[in-house]
Design a protein. Structure first.
Length: 501
């Protein structure tokens, strides 16, 4: 498949999921390939499982999931066409219905597909047949590539009646190790958490031969998570979309009017329910037995606090330098001075660290058709190393992420832009934050892992830890907005000002 490797340097850069746009591609080779369905005249396209090794400027290397479809006729999705020639067409297989159907069949049979340097394994969840009794109907139904803009690629499977039942999410930028999305979703599925997150149906994994330890790979050899199959949850959009629709509708109705305020009451009730759902997720994850080393609770040591504090201090100092140069941004200079002199109180002892969501915000929640919530996308921040994304953390990191997301929702819905949030929207923001926290801590209670608490017992200590993680998030947001959306810088600056005063 040399032609596919030749096509990738041109195909990869424009793709939404290609995460290395800031570096030039110097070379591409196929790290390993295996025919899921070999090409044969008159019997359908060839379907190739492939991992590409991309050499980037600066001596950086990255692995990408790049399955290919080879066909003697034009692919069903012309936008996926990459290369043509006398012998046929090559394209990205994620857009090919035949590839989606073959992956589902491989999952049902538990197929192992051998390549030159390893094996691709389709591993079904132990509860696959119980949780998904309609797999046969899906095999006869329709599969399509989701058009949502995201860092991964998702295929949606529908039954003959057109109802979406299952999805396959493939992680495009790969790394050796278990992806936390597969780990955490699998744990919740196996531990009565299907009401909290879409159930895991199975995984696609790549196992390098002989452990895969080669000098070219730095001696790393372990399982690679390529993708996960999950149940599809019928929804009215993710939490971000759902909340913004309600806030913008209220803004059109005047915002401050009694009718507009009354129309927002359901959003506040829903956010309280999301607080309870978040606490339930943490309680399930905290209940992992000691034998499950990857999930079992551990004490937060003073060394952990010191490491997190030092990382924030470094990032804050760098951000202070950048903000000091933003003379046109109101409040930037004052925030820069505050960031340059950060002081933290002593952190409480006796707290547990557990597996958490890790990148929690409204966009990682689904508002279900029955008025509930499901949490998804447990892979953590994709830009961070896989080992870091699998670390155990304080549960309040997730809480802080959601609180910052509520602040962002108010800014995004402001008719005059994020720098000018009207009084009625500010009142909604404050009440939404209060309701989420009240519901979360009421459901969490005095939860413990042995002698360790999940959250501080006193309100003062809770506030101190929450402020720390909100500050961590707001510093990251300020850097992102400064480099990508300067018009939005006012939003994280306002959050930093509130936290630092």
């Amino acid at each position: 498949m040399g032609r596919w490797a030749e096509a990738l340097p041109t195909y990869l850069p424009p793709q939404r999921w290609f995460a290395d746009k800031n570096r030039a591609i110097e070379a591409v080779r196929l790290r390993d390939t295996a025919w899921l369905a070999p090409p044969a005249a008159g019997t359908g396209p060839g379907l190739l499982l492939a991992i590409a090794q991309v050499d980037l400027s600066g001596g950086i290397g990255a692995a990408y999931w790049t399955p290919a479809v080879w066909s003697q006729t034009e692919p069903a999705a012309p936008a996926a066409r990459v290369l043509d020639g006398a012998q046929g067409w090559l394209g990205d297989a994620m857009a090919a219905p035949e590839f989606a159907a073959a992956c589902l069949a491989a999952l049902r049979s538990g197929r192992r597909v051998g390549g030159e340097h390893g094996v691709f394994v389709f591993h079904a969840s132990p509860s696959l047949e119980r949780d998904f009794p309609n797999l046969a109907a899906l095999a006869a139904g329709r599969a399509r590539l989701s058009q949502a803009e995201q860092s991964n690629s998702t295929v949606l499977y529908s039954d003959a009646g057109g109802r979406t039942r299952l999805l396959l999410k493939c992680f495009r930028r790969l790394a050796p190790g278990l992806n936390p999305d597969a780990e955490v979703t699998g744990y919740l599925t196996a531990h009565d958490g299907a009401h909290l997150a879409p159930p895991l149906a199975g995984t696609i994994e790549y196992l390098p031969s002989g452990g895969g330890a080669t000098p070219a790979d730095g001696g790393i050899g372990t399982v690679w998570t390529v993708g996960i199959f999950q149940g599809y949850v019928a929804n009215d959009g993710d939490g971000w979309e759902w909340v913004l629709r309600a806030l913008r509708a209220a803004a059109r109705d005047g915002g401050a009017t009694q009718g507009a305020r009354a129309a927002l009451t359901p959003t506040l009730e829903a956010i309280a329910e999301l607080g309870r759902c978040t606490a339930e997720m943490h309680l399930r994850l905290a209940a992992a037995p000691a034998a499950m080393a990857a999930f079992a609770a551990e004490p937060i040591r003073q060394e952990d606090w010191a490491e997190w504090r030092q990382a924030l201090e470094r990032n804050a100092a760098a951000m202070a330098t950048e903000l000091a140069a933003q003379t046109a941004a109101p409040g930037a200079g004052e925030v820069a001075r505050w960031l340059g002199g950060l002081k933290f109180p002593a952190f409480p002892s006796g707290l547990a660290k557990i597996r958490v969501h890790g990148d929690f915000h409204l966009g990682q929640t689904l508002r279900t058709r029955d008025g509930g919530w499901r949490l998804f996308d447990f892979e953590g921040e994709p830009a961070r190393p896989l080992a870091e994304r699998r670390q155990k953390l304080c549960v309040l990191k997730d809480v802080a992420g959601l609180l910052r997301s509520l602040d962002y929702a108010a800014g995004a819905a402001s008719p005059a832009g994020p720098a000018a949030i009207p009084a009625w929207l500010e009142a909604w923001r404050l009440e939404a934050r209060q309701r989420f926290q009240a519901a979360y801590f009421a459901r969490l209670g005095d939860a413990r892992c042995g002698a360790l608490r999940l959250a501080p017992a006193s309100e003062e200590e809770r506030l101190a830890v929450l402020n720390f993680f909100e500050l961590e998030k707001a510093v990251y947001e300020a850097g992102y907005e400064l480099r990508n959306r300067p018009d939005w810088l006012a939003l994280p600056l306002a959050g930093l000002e509130r936290l630092l005063r």
